[in-house]
Design a protein around this ligand. Structure first.
Ligand code: BGC
Ligand code: ZN
Length: 364
């Protein structure tokens, strides 16, 4: 079968021919990959800044955002059957007994660092024709989501952040746990992670603002309006203006991976506010931030900063439900997130080029 692989030692990215994987245990599931999304992480891996091949392999098959069709199941599989649509989780547990999170299926909180991530770190990914994995990493998707289900993995970034946000709200005294409809949230960034996060917030009744570079007539900004959020251009308005436009900023969902703008917005976070970081910046020169202002606000305004990496199985299941809800409320906005579909034969060029919102490799 064909697969798109990166060879870090020779700095090559190319299609390779791989043996098809076979079911080897009773709880395994074999999927035919239908689509695989391309994200910033794939671009970092194919520019050799990130990513690690499996032990003893010179190459890594990339791709971690996949929709597949179940074609075969082991004798012990109970929740999936041939013909089902399904998405795959990314992180796999470390082998150490002392790692409580991994032993409990929460490898997104692994304490040893020896977890693997399919398509990213130490395990082959999904930009290929067939994949086999244990059923606990395979999440069933209703047929009605066929055309957009490839967005579930990036949506789990927002789902995991929401899980963390729900816990952080619990620190507030009982009668201060406000209904979100009286609160305002700011999403930083209007790429796929930002737009999917904004959809989650709008669907959860937050007054939602998306703060990003970009012109009012860009496709990203049209999606912001179509879902019922408001766009504020960071090119026209510095962070101080955000407070004038938004009022008290109770929540910031960061989806830029850019430290400077994120910490500048942190300095205008509101009273009792929560700031959720999801972006992974590259290794760059130090940036200047107003640390005294930020520290003063953190203390005097009871603020919380939380970093979050996706995601446990529950976030994938919540993502499936939320995507159904988004498709009922604003289907055109969801569909508009996918701006290109490219065949696996052309995947290399698609991964190495930029532009659009979300490009998807169509495998079958
Ligand atoms: C993936 C996550 C992964 C992270 C860091 C993201 O693109 O969606 O599953 O943990 O990269 O490797
Ligand atoms: Zn990704």
């Amino acid at each position: 079968m064909k697969a798109l692989a990166v060879f870090p030692s020779s700095r090559e990215v190319r299609l390779i021919d791989q043996p098809e994987p076979m079911i080897a245990g009773p709880t395994e599931v074999k999927l035919r990959i239908l689509e695989a999304g391309i994200c910033g992480t794939d671009r970092e891996i194919t520019s050799f800044q990130y990513g690690t091949p499996p032990v003893n392999s010179p190459h890594l098959i990339i791709g971690h955002e996949a929709l597949g069709e179940v074609i075969e199941v082991g004798s012990g599989v109970t929740g999936l059957a041939p013909g089902d649509l399904a998405v795959l989780t990314v992180r796999r547990p470390c082998p150490h007994d002392r790692c409580g999170p991994c032993r409990k299926g929460r490898q997104d909180f692994c304490i040893t660092g020896d977890f693997t991530e399919r398509g990213i770190k130490g395990a082959h990914g999904y930009m290929t024709e067939f994949v086999v994995d244990d059923e606990r990493y395979v999440v069933k998707v209703p047929k009605e989501l066929r055309e957009v289900a490839v967005l579930i993995e990036p949506l789990t970034v927002a789902e995991k952040a929401a899980e963390q946000g729900r816990v952080l709200v619990q620190r507030l005294p009982g009668d201060l746990k406000n209904d979100p409809s009286s609160l305002s949230a700011v999403v930083l960034g209007a790429g796929p992670i930002g737009l999917l996060g904004a959809m989650k917030l709008v669907d959860g009744k937050w007054n939602t603002y998306v703060y990003s570079r970009g012109k009012a007539d860009s496709p990203n900004v049209r999606i912001v309006s179509a879902m019922g959020a408001r766009f504020v251009s960071s090119e026209e308005h510095p962070p101080a203006d955000l407070v004038k436009m938004v009022g008290n900023i109770s929540l910031v969902y960061e989806a830029t991976g850019a430290a400077k703008i994120s910490f500048d917005v942190l300095s205008v976070l509101g009273v009792n506010g929560v700031f959720l970081f999801t972006g992974v910046p590259g290794v760059m020169a130090p940036v200047e931030i107003d640390a005294e202002q930020i520290m003063r606000n953190l203390v005097l305004n009871n603020q919380v900063i939380c970093g979050t990496v996706n995601a446990g199985r529950a976030s994938f299941e919540e993502g499936v439900q939320d995507l159904v809800s988004f498709m009922r409320r604003f289907p055109a906005a969801v569909r508009a997130l996918i701006t290109a579909r490219v065949a696996l034969d052309d995947a290399r060029d698609a991964v190495l080029s930029r532009g659009g919102i979300k490009s998807v490799i169509t495998v079958a």
